[in-house]
Design a protein around this ligand. Structure first.
Ligand code: SF4
Ligand code: ZN
Ligand code: ZN
Length: 308
């Protein structure tokens, strides 16, 4: 296979043709920068927090957001990385070591907050207890606590945007999960920018890798030589999402462009969904235990902490 632009050996075949290493890197970076521009994910005045885990998506997004800011003469000294140490044995330790090294190499300050300090227990310890009463899966507990900590500490450190490494595959999975579970109420809150409007309690989350497939991000990190573990979290196979991921991969293999089509259809509907959510105007109040955002008296994170 040869690159359709320069006849060098190709590293990937995309729908519009094959690309060599250099042309793929340029194509990928331009796609991310175009996404940032198109959806206005970053403003000149933003103080940016990058939600990181040390995995391929978060390292890529951290690297490219810094590159984007430099290219547009946006100050980069305020950019910082924030990671949550969930307390997942034989998994998170290594990715956090890689992350620390990456942040040192790229001159980005890193803050790590841990479930153990924030909620009094690691995910490994907490989830079996919470599961007994609620049947919640590890990913449910992990997701609620991670979103809580990211929002709380991003705000505490003065961020106006949280950049996340969610890619096209992640988003296509969530869109389908919401449909399969009839969670259409949540649909307007996803998309390249989280939430339906700016809110004092929430720092907006933005997703520059929104149009990049998992395969493309993986190849980019390999070609750039980032030190990254491609191991999966031991709990990932327990989630509903894992089955959706398998199904989508099979469909994509058989019918190329399926994932992209899900995203395109969703983006078409998103303005309507956001409009509907704005009209419903669901009230957000302060959690009576921790003061963070809640839609009932006690927020979900505190409810789970209370079960320990
Ligand atoms: S796979 Fe589930 S438990 Fe593991 S880090 Fe992701 S959300 Fe957390
Ligand atoms: Zn080429
Ligand atoms: Zn709370």
């Amino acid at each position: 296979m040869q690159c359709h632009k320069c006849n060098q050996d190709a590293v990937i075949e995309l729908q519009h043709g094959a690309l060599c290493k250099n042309h793929f890197i340029t194509y990928f970076e331009e796609k991310v920068f175009k996404t940032i521009n198109k959806f206005q994910l970053i403003q000149r005045s933003d103080k940016i927090c990058v939600a990181t885990s040390g995995g391929k998506d978060s390292l890529t997004v951290l690297y490219l957001v810094k590159k984007y800011c430099k290219r547009h003469h946006i100050p980069t000294d305020g950019i910082f990385a924030l990671a949550v140490d969930e307390g997942i044995k034989d998994y998170r330790e290594q990715t956090l070591t890689d992350l620390q090294q990456f942040c040192d190499d790229h001159d980005v300050p890193l803050h790590v907050v841990s479930n153990k300090e924030e909620f009094g227990a690691t995910l490994d310890k907490a989830y079996p207890i919470i599961n007994k009463g609620t049947k919640k899966k590890p990913c449910n507990v992990c997701g609620v606590w991670r979103r809580y900590s990211l929002n709380k500490y991003a705000r505490k450190f003065g961020a106006t945007k949280v950049v996340t490494g969610h890619n096209l595959d992640d988003e296509a999975q969530v869109i389908l999960m919401n449909i399969f579970k009839a969670n259409t109420k949540l649909a307007g809150r996803i998309g390249p920018i989280s939430g339906v409007k700016e809110h004092d309690y929430f720092v907006q989350r933005v997703k520059p890798l929104y149009m990049c497939s998992d395969k493309e991000v993986r190849l980019y990190t390999l070609l750039k030589g980032f030190t990254v573990q491609f191991t999966e979290c031991p709990y990932s196979v327990e989630g509903y999402r894992h089955e959706i991921q398998d199904m989508l991969n099979k469909f994509e293999h058989k019918y190329k462009g399926t994932k992209h089509a899900i995203i395109t259809s969703f983006l078409d509907l998103l303005p309507l969904l956001k409009e509907r959510d704005l009209q419903q105007n669901e009230s957000v109040k302060a959690c009576t235990q921790c003061g963070e955002a809640a839609n009932k008296d006690v927020c979900n994170a505190c409810t789970m902490r209370g079960m320990l």
